[in-house]
Write a protein that binds this ligand. Structure first.
Ligand SMILES: Nc1ncnc2c1ncn2[C@@H]1O[C@H](COP(=O)(O)OP(=O)(O)OP(=O)(O)O)[C@@H](O)[C@H]1O
Length: 454
């Protein structure tokens, strides 16, 4: 997609000239004549780069003041100052205030194009580094203050410094890897590496090479994950999928604290903490003979269970806000306000794909919500499968079925489904449900009994 560049200059000739040159290079150019128009353009959609005139005649803020506002609100947005002859000193001080570079009038087209390309490249690299850091856990954190989330956080804080092996269980997408990264980050190994090996995606033939590395007769070596994780943590994701043969070898590593590379004879001694995860019931896998029992006991010195999102619906608003900030920082899409109706639907949904599915939905909503940053996201924007847990309402197909029923039966169906959805949304808390639906607690209890709920 073409990069979007904003040109801010009070002189129409300069705006047109710069826009023309950049458009010839395949960029999209927008322009603004003063600071307020520039701020409005940036808020409507964050550009990839801004060219900003230092003086800005007749504008509420001059170029330097506007630079300050842009850097305050969008610290990662690169700004190149356009300076007139004789105000180079000001341009230099703009760089001290965070501008990427400056270009002096009159300028040549190729110089302008070169500066734009460099500024965009630098900013993309910065974003990639930030993204990588985020993914590697430096800035990701366990969000949520529900009792289930607090319980998990406390467990992690207690376990992290102990150096014990940990087995993390939980449904797909519930945050097992994040829990493992957090344990690593809070441990004395935090400055060492954190390596992930996914037993579900590596073929059995490649598993041993991936873990132990290889050594050829001529002594050529390929380092495996265990060796690379020396001094740090190795996270074995979906450990139940590990082939039986590899289970045997891993067990020996845990007993002997050393191993041989595939095809090699030298013993490699490593100091690695192993954290593994499973979305299956590993104890059952063991009982049914698919997983070595002794390995299970060695890996599961400390078991940790990550709750499904449906067990911590109270965290949904905080998680949505967290993901919006994260996605906004990496994509430039503005954060949005979620309407009460949409939030109610999001909190009542069962989320079989857990936190990952919620994050994907937040990203989708931010994309679909369109250009107006103030527009509130309403329930209609949610995909059909997220709304499917809601009680029937006029206008959908279940409403047609309801039309075939007498009012009393239809009302009973509606009341039952409505109340079940609300109770789920408030994590089974009857007092909070009663408060929200506007009933006395005792009346709600009676109602639920008559409807056969509970
Ligand atoms: N409590 C939380 N706070 C913030 N983000 C979270 C939380 N839990 C999960 N996430 C985010 O949800 C996504 C899925 O989490 P993660 O990859 O850790 O799940 P997983 O259980 O390891 O998934 P899988 O079973 O597919 O391996 C990630 O983007 C992660 O950062």
């Amino acid at each position: 997609m073409a990069k979007d560049i904003l040109i801010v200059d009070d002189e129409a000739d300069i705006r047109d000239l710069v826009a023309g040159i950049l458009e010839d290079e395949g960029y999209n150019a927008r322009s603004a004549a003063d600071s307020d128009a520039a701020i409005a353009e940036i808020e409507s959609r964050r550009p990839s780069l801004v060219f900003l005139d230092i003086w800005l005649q007749g504008s509420r803020l001059d170029g330097l003041e506007l630079l300050e506002v842009i850097k305050r609100d969008h610290p990662d947005l690169p700004v190149v100052m356009i300076s007139g002859h004789g105000n180079i000193e000001t341009a230099v001080s703009a760089i001290k205030s965070g501008a990427y570079d400056y270009i002096e009038k009159p300028f040549k087209a190729d110089r302008l194009v070169l500066i734009a390309a460099r500024a965009l490249e630098t900013s993309q690299l910065r974003r990639e580094v930030k993204d990588l850091r985020q993914r590697s856990g430096e800035s990701s954190r366990l969000v949520g203050h529900s009792s289930a989330a607090n319980h998990l956080r406390n467990a992690i804080e207690r376990i992290a410094p102990t150096n014990s092996r940990v087995l993390i269980s939980g449904a797909p997408g519930s945050g097992k890897e994040l829990a493992a990264r957090t344990i690593h980050a809070l441990s004395s190994r935090s400055s060492g590496p954190f390596l992930v090996i996914n037993a579900a995606t590596i073929t059995p033939e490649n598993m041993e090479i991936a873990l132990f590395g290889t050594e050829s007769a001529e002594g050529r070596r390929v380092v495996g994950a265990l060796e690379e994780a020396h001094g740090g943590t190795l996270f074995i994701d979906e450990v139940a999928d590990m082939p039986r043969e590899t289970q045997n070898r891993i067990l020996r590593v845990l007993v002997d604290q050393n191993f041989q590379r595939v095809g090699g004879s030298a013993r490699v001694y490593v100091d690695v903490r192993i954290i593994s995860s499973t979305s299956r019931d590993l104890e059952r896998e063991t009982q049914e003979g698919r997983f070595r029992e002794d390995l299970f006991h060695r890996l599961s010195v400390v078991p940790v269970r990550v709750p499904a999102l449906a067990e911590r619906r109270d965290d949904i608003p905080e998680l949505i806000d967290h993901f919006m900030s994260q996605i906004s920082a990496s994509s430039g899409l503005p954060k949005r306000r979620i309407g009460d109706d949409a939030l109610a639907v999001l909190q009542s949904h069962d989320w079989p794909g857990n936190v990952r599915q919620l994050r994907n939905n937040v990203e989708r909503l931010m994309i679909l919500a369109g250009g107006d940053a103030d527009a509130v996201i309403t329930a209609e924007l949610l995909p059909a499968e997220v709304g499917a847990s809601l009680p029937p309402a006029p206008g959908n197909s279940r409403a047609e079925e309801m039309l075939a029923l007498p009012l009393r039966d239809a009302r009973e169906i509606f009341e039952r489904e409505y109340l079940i959805a609300q109770i789920n949304r408030f994590g089974g808390n009857i007092s909070r449900t009663a408060e929200f639906v506007g009933m006395e607690r005792s009346a709600l209890h009676r109602k639920l009994k008559t409807l056969g709920v509970g």
